[in-house]
Each structure stands twice: as structure tokens, then as C-alpha cells.
Design a protein around this ligand. Structure first.
Ligand code: ATP
Ligand code: MG
Length: 320
């Protein structure tokens, strides 16, 4: 991996966009969404969030996410329809606007995590029931569950943390009907199994992930992103067993690398986050790209320079 290009891009990363002619702007933590009737122009920026906070930018992260999600949307299209219509720019999708289902479908194959909502955090404090799933006694951190588990979480309002809830609670709170939940659960499990199988082909462990669904024209659609290093954990398979035996952390190709760094700096979501160092930003960028290139099998086409200008020149060709 050529770290020089990543370093050169540090000063040009895409922090945010402010296009006033692309629709009504809804800014999520990572994406700038321009809503125009039933179409959203979804700009994936280089912002990185962890512990539900935006912390800065990582070179080419937006492009990496879109590139990989695009690949996975293709690999999973036989399981469920998805929202993507076009990709006019490496960072941009035009997507079908859906009625979002207010539950994130989280599938976990391994007992791990560092945040307050992670399965390992619950297990460590003695919980053996997690979101309606039994967790066997005697498990260790980063161990594979006997079967993958589904742990739905409600999508928090902006600024809040997400909350894991068992399906029974979703029904009680009238967030979802049992029929729809069961259908989503079936799809999420199939998506996860597909993820595991493709990841195995590429020397990676597909640890866990979350899926977001919406409804469009009465149909269930996979929306947002799919199987990216932001929404999923990926570990290297080759030395996983050896490291697990020695109680060492697996080698990680996902955002967990950044989360672990933050925890080392004493940040777990409260107070002022530490400023990301350029070294960390470059290292994170390299990891994002490594996952992408690993799956797509092609080197990413990188262009050093201001991303917002290159996007706008495509979205509005008369602007520059
Ligand atoms: N096809 C779609 N139709 C409607 N909404 C969508 C679609 N795809 C994604 N979304 C929503 O658009 C937003 C994407 O932005 P982003 O991923 O940055 O947000 P986030 O930080 O994850 O979540 P939040 O918006 O809650 O802060 C998410 O709220 C996601 O649920
Ligand atoms: Mg999101």
C-alpha cells in the first residue's frame, strides 16, 4: 500500500458538503444526504465516527466505503433488493428513498466488542442473556458463538446512543410487528451467512455486522451501507486461532482499530474526544483500503485533491 498518496490526501479529505441545489440536506454522522422526493443523493464523506461521535476524517474513507458496499450490494442482490440506483461519483450514490425501519439488525458471530452495547461488555459483567439470546458459560473474549446471534437495536435519535432490545420489547413498544421482524431476521441471517462465506474466500473472518432496512413501494429494501468496515468487524483468519490461544487480540481490519486507540487515550464516548493523529488517520485509511481491495480484487483508483470539488463538478457540471 502506497502510504505517500494517503499522506498527500490528509489535507484534502471530505469533511462535509454544502450543496444548495441538490435537495434538502440531512447530515448523518458519516453521510450527507440530499433528499429530493423519492431519491436521495447520498454523499459518503471521509468523516469517521466512533462511540457515536464524529472524530475527524480519514483519507479516501468515503470512497472506500462506497466501493466496498457497492461490491456487497452486488453479492447479495439475490437475497434482498437494495436501495442503490446509480453511483455518479466514487463517493456518491443516488438511492431510492425508503421509509426507514427504526431497528438496526445486528448479527454477531463472535463474543467481542469494547463499547457499552457490545456482547463482550455484557458477558464480562455476568450477563448470560443478551437481547433474547442465551450465551453459554465459560466463553472467552473473541470466541466464536455456537451459532450466530441476532441482537436488534433501536436507532437512537441524533446525539443519543443506540439501545439493544430483545424482539419481545420491540413488539411491546410497537416499533415492529412480529411478522415483519421475523422476515427481517431471516434476511439478516442469510446476509450474514453470505458475508461469512465470501469473507472466508478472502482470508477474513466476518465477525459481526448491522443491517438497516426500509420499505419502498411496499417492498423490503436493504438500505444505508452493507458489510463495510464501519458497519462490520473483520479479522484476519490466518493467525486468529494462535492469537486466541495466547489471549491476544486478533488482527483487525475495521474501525475497531480506531476504537482501541481511543480507549487507550482514555476516551470511551464521554467528554472531549482526543484529536486523531495524522499517523492514525493514514493507518486507518490503509486498513479501509485493504479490505476493499481484498474483496474487489482491484486496486482503488485514487485521486489526490479536494473531494467536494470533484463531486460537485459531476453533480452540477455547470458549476465549475
Ligand atoms: N435509502 C434510504 N432511504 C432513507 N433513509 C436512508 C436510506 N439509506 C440510508 N438512510 C439513512 O440515512 C442516514 C445515512 O447517514 P449516516 O449513515 O451518516 O447516518 P448515521 O450517523 O449512521 O445515523 P444518524 O442519521 O441516525 O446519525 C441514516 O440515518 C440512514 O438510516
Ligand atoms: Mg449509518
Amino acid at each position: 500500500m502506497d502510504r505517500d498518496i494517503l499522506k498527500q490526501q490528509l489535507e484534502y479529505t471530505l469533511d462535509k458538503t454544502n450543496f444548495d441545489d441538490q435537495g434538502e440536506l440531512y447530515r448523518g454522522k458519516v453521510r450527507d444526504n440530499y433528499i429530493n422526493d423519492d431519491i436521495i443523493t447520498m454523499v459518503t464523506t471521509d468523516r469517521i465516527s466512533a462511540f457515536d461521535r464524529v472524530l475527524g476524517t480519514v483519507p479516501f474513507k468515503g470512497q472506500s466505503l462506497v466501493e466496498l458496499a457497492d461490491w456487497w450490494f452486488g453479492e447479495t442482490a439475490d437475497i434482498v433488493a437494495n436501495h442503490v440506483l446509480r453511483r455518479p461519483h466514487p463517493n456518491v450514490w443516488r438511492v431510492r428513498r425508503c421509509q426507514p425501519i427504526q431497528v438496526e439488525m445486528v448479527v454477531r458471530g463472535y463474543l467481542t466488542g469494547v463499547t457499552s452495547t457490545s456482547a463482550w461488555t455484557a458477558y464480562k459483567r455476568g450477563d448470560r442473556e443478551f437481547c433474547g439470546n442465551e450465551m453459554p458459560d465459560g466463553m472467552r473474549k473473541n470466541e466464536k458463538f455456537p451459532e450466530p446471534i441476532l441482537t436488534p437495536s433501536t436507532k437512537a435519535a441524533q446525539g443519543d446512543h443506540d439501545e439493544s432490545v430483545p424482539p419481545s420489547e420491540l413488539y411491546k413498544r410497537k416499533i415492529l410487528e412480529p411478522g415483519l421482524y421475523k422476515e427481517l431476521a431471516r434476511i439478516a441471517m442469510r446476509l450474514y451467512e453470505r458475508g461469512v462465506s465470501r469473507a472466508t474466500d478472502h482470508g477474513l473472518i466476518f465477525v459481526d455486522t448491522k443491517y438497516e432496512f426500509g420499505i419502498s413501494n411496499g417492498k423490503i429494501m436493504l438500505m444505508d451501507e452493507v458489510n463495510t468496515p464501519d458497519s462490520s468487524r473483520y479479522w484476519m483468519v490466518d493467525d486468529y486461532e494462535a492469537r486466541f490461544e495466547k489471549e491476544e487480540e486478533p488482527r483487525k481490519l475495521d474501525k475497531e482499530y480506531v476504537r482501541t486507540w481511543l480507549v487507550e487515550q482514555g476516551f470511551t464516548g464521554d467528554g472531549k474526544p482526543p484529536k486523531l493523529t495524522d499517523e492514525l488517520r493514514v493507518e486507518a485509511a490503509a486498513r479501509y483500503m485493504e479490505v476493499v481491495e481484498n474483496f474487489t480484487g482491484e486496486p482503488m483508483q485514487l485521486e489526490v485533491g479536494p473531494v467536494d470539488e470533484s463531486i460537485y463538478s459531476i453533480l452540477n457540471p455547470f458549476a465549475y
